[in-house]
Design a protein around this ligand. Structure first.
Ligand code: URA
Ligand code: SF4
Length: 218
């Protein structure tokens, strides 16, 4: 009993290998039982990109398409993110894309799998994977995509609506930007609201792109 409770409290920690290389972790994450989300998901979705990436983009959790593909940001939100990265002048080889939570959480409505937001406990349980990715990558810049990622790394009181843009997060990276989640742009109520949300999202990404360009290649 004490053992099983310990496993829950530790979340993903017992499943993260001592050697934090990306290929080793990408394989090991499939065996993670650090919280209940693995049960209903197809597979874990680890980050994508190389260890030399200069900027880490952190989303919430994989969506329906990502769960099937095993790769983050391949669905509609990912397409918008790709467009924003290109507009910001951030090359794909410079970016590592990942999520705060590695398994898709959903409810079934008929045959459709409807996204559900991870709880704070699930985000906390999955945190050792994200910490290990950040430790391995030691990125110059981090972009937090939406409230789940921002609150995971900046604290539960953080509000993207109030404090989006460049934020101080010593210990995380030299340069940190908190912005909205691309899926929130796609959910905007009408075309005008969507255009405004997209412009603001792209502007946040552009700030990160400009900083990376100024800093030059390491
Ligand atoms: N939304 C996310 O937060 N992450 C993905 O990988 C896809 C959609
Ligand atoms: Fe492990 Fe994270 Fe998946 Fe939970 S969501 S089982 S902590 S990889």
């Amino acid at each position: 009993m004490a053992g099983s409770r310990g496993a829950v409290d530790d979340g993903a920690r017992p499943f993260v290998p001592a050697r934090h290389t990306l290929p080793v972790m990408r394989e090991a994450v499939q065996a993670c039982r650090g919280c209940p989300l693995w049960r209903a998901a197809t597979q874990a979705v680890f980050g994508v990109g190389t260890a030399r990436a200069r900027v880490v983009m952190i989303g919430e959790e994989p969506g329906d398409r990502e769960d099937r593909a095993g790769v983050p940001f391949v669905g509609p939100a990912g397409h918008l993110l790709d467009e924003g990265l290109a507009a910001a002048g951030i090359a794909r080889r410079d970016a590592y894309l990942t999520n705060a939570v590695k398994h898709f959480k959903y409810t079934l409505r008929g045959k459709r799998r409807i996204h559900r937001k991870p709880t704070r406990a699930e985000v906390e349980a999955c945190r050792p994977w994200l910490d290990a990715e950040l430790e391995t990558l030691a990125p110059a810049a981090v972009v937090l995509l939406g409230a789940t990622a921002a609150q995971a790394l900046l604290g539960a009181a953080f509000r993207v609506t109030k404090s989006r843009g460049v934020v101080a997060a010593p210990g995380l990276a030299a340069f940190v930007v908190a912005t909205v989640h691309p899926a929130s742009v796609l959910r905007a109520v009408d075309a005008a609201a969507r255009a405004a949300a997209k412009a603001a999202f792209f502007a946040d990404l552009a700030v990160a792109g400009a900083w990376l360009a100024r800093r030059g290649r390491a």
